[in-house]
Unconditional design. Structure first.
Length: 192
């Protein structure tokens, strides 16, 4: 699948050159970029793509009107029964992008639960995320529970606790581990 879901923290506005290099590779391959309409990374990615006159972009928004569609690209509105402007309302579009993409490119501030949830949504769909950890200036590939835990280890204790309260992070980690154990029952017998 040639659709790339790009997402990231709303607190990040300046996209690092390492991420821009990845985006330029995506453009060279003419992959379709799926991006949300939020401020922060979404708007910054949209601006980069508009500056490069890249047309193979689809903007997703919850509800009828996007907060940002800088390049006036194709717009996919996602219907949701959740109360407008709530976490659940905006998450609906992210889940659709996770379903429609082949893999994700995430830009993360080591705190954002929205970005972390997107990585999780891709992982439970057996899709890989390439996550740029902004503070560390490094990419982490996340395609299994061990790599997800490696990513989560970049969080401070207080950020982890806040994420656990908001999105039940500990439960998500356990669910991913259990899912992967179920995929390889022969290996489980050897472990026990």
């Amino acid at each position: 699948m040639k659709n790339i879901f790009i997402s990231g923290s709303m607190r990040i506005e300046n996209i690092h050159k390492m991420v821009i290099d990845r985006i330029e590779n995506i453009i060279r391959e003419n992959f379709t970029i799926l991006v949300g309409d939020a401020d922060g990374v979404d708007a910054s990615i949209q601006q980069i793509l508009a500056n490069k006159s890249y047309e193979n972009v689809i903007v997703y928004c919850a509800g009828n009107y996007p907060r940002n569609n800088i390049g006036k690209w194709e717009l996919k509105t996602v219907d949701t029964n959740h109360k407008p402007n709530t976490r659940s309302f905006f998450t609906a579009k992210d889940i659709v992008m996770a379903e429609k993409c082949g893999y994700g490119l995430m830009i993360w501030d080591s705190k954002s639960t929205g970005t972390l949830s997107n990585v999780y949504e891709l992982l439970i769909r057996k899709k890989t995320s390439v996550v740029f950890v902004n503070k560390a200036k490094q990419f982490i590939n996340v395609s299994n529970s061990k790599e997800f835990e490696q990513l989560v280890s970049k969080m401070s204790d207080s950020a982890f606790e806040k994420a656990n309260q908001k999105i039940k992070l500990k439960e998500k980690i356990i669910a991913i581990k259990n899912e992967q154990l179920c995929l390889f029952p022969e290996a489980n017998k050897k472990i026990t």
